[in-house]
Write a protein that binds this ligand. Structure first.
Ligand SMILES: [Zn+2]
Ligand SMILES: [Zn+2]
Length: 285
């Protein structure tokens, strides 16, 4: 056990949930004494609480891109933190446009927010949260923590990013959602942990048959916007990272495909420590 770790709170790819499914993407990064939330898919609030995080202590959140499986629960997380006693500032870094989501969320909840300010004496939530846009390059320097972004490939979105967090000589890289991007190996060079999205290509035909719309659009989307597990492993090897974790798993709920299938896809390309994501998995750094 170390003080620096990642918890994969939600590990399925895509926004839909069904009976028995895991949660969409969110992660907790504890680095240099800071708790950082990376992406806020459905389930992030419960995931943090289950992991022992006091929501009132939230201070730093990063969103990789504006797909709902990565930010749908950002507003509810912040609002719930507020009702749990949040009184200090929270900074949310996100791609351009996230400010519209936050303004819209606040507008949709204005009756409740105003009521709780008057009735319960809470500070104004609107004054506690700052949403800052970021793009490629240096994102933030907060004390000894530095954060950099690399534009990845996730069409049709353009403002979509991988993030690298560095503090105290340790680095963690999140790929975000991306097609196979060899340049990501340079961005992730020497990181202690790479958390990469992944799909299991052998399982895609069954997935498309199950949930597709009867044409080739879903398969086309998956192949041009996401990374196969073997390619994620290639990135890890080329980057020389300390460990590889896969999340944003596609598929995440096909009983025909198990951990052994993921392992088999990764093994020929990556021989270092490997973590197959599941909700609540803690990875020490
Ligand atoms: Zn996604
Ligand atoms: Zn996405």
């Amino acid at each position: 056990m170390t003080d620096d770790f990642v918890v994969l709170l939600g590990t399925k790819g895509g926004p839909a949930i069904r009976t028995g499914s895991t949660n969409p993407t969110s992660s907790l990064l504890c680095l240099g004494g800071r708790r950082i939330v990376v992406d806020c898919g459905l389930g992030v609030t419960r995931g943090l609480v289950n992991d022992g995080v006091a929501l009132k202590d939230l201070s730093l959140i990063f969103i990789t891109h504006l797909h709902s499986d990565h930010y749908l629960e950002l507003g509810p997380l912040l609002h719930t933190a507020w009702t749990a006693g949040l009184k200090s500032a929270v900074t949310v870094y996100g791609p351009a446009g996230l400010d519209r989501y936050w303004a819209g969320f606040l507008a949709s909840m204005a009756d409740d927010i105003d009521l709780r300010i008057a009735d319960e004496g809470r500070p104004d939530l609107r004054g506690l949260v700052t949403v800052l846009p970021y793009s490629e390059g240096p994102v933030a320097r907060i004390g000894t923590l530095s954060v950099e972004a690399c534009r990845n490939v996730h069409p049709p979105l353009v403002d979509t990013f991988a993030l690298r967090f560095t503090d105290g000589g340790k680095s963690v890289v999140f790929s975000g959602d991306t097609a196979y991007l060899p340049a990501l190996a340079e961005f992730a060079k020497g990181a202690d942990l790479l958390v990469h999205e992944a799909m299991l290509e052998a399982a895609l035909p069954a997935l498309v048959a199950r949930v597709g719309n009867g044409d080739d659009r879903l398969m086309t989307h998956l192949k041009r916007s996401h990374t196969g597990a073997a390619d994620a492993a290639r990135i890890a090897a080329a980057a020389g990272v300390g460990a590889l974790a896969l999340h944003h798993l596609v598929p995440s709920d096909d009983p025909e495909f198990t951990a052994a299938h993921w392992q088999a896809a990764v093994e020929p390309h990556w021989s270092g420590p490997f973590h197959l994501g599941r909700d609540g998995l803690r990875i020490d750094l």
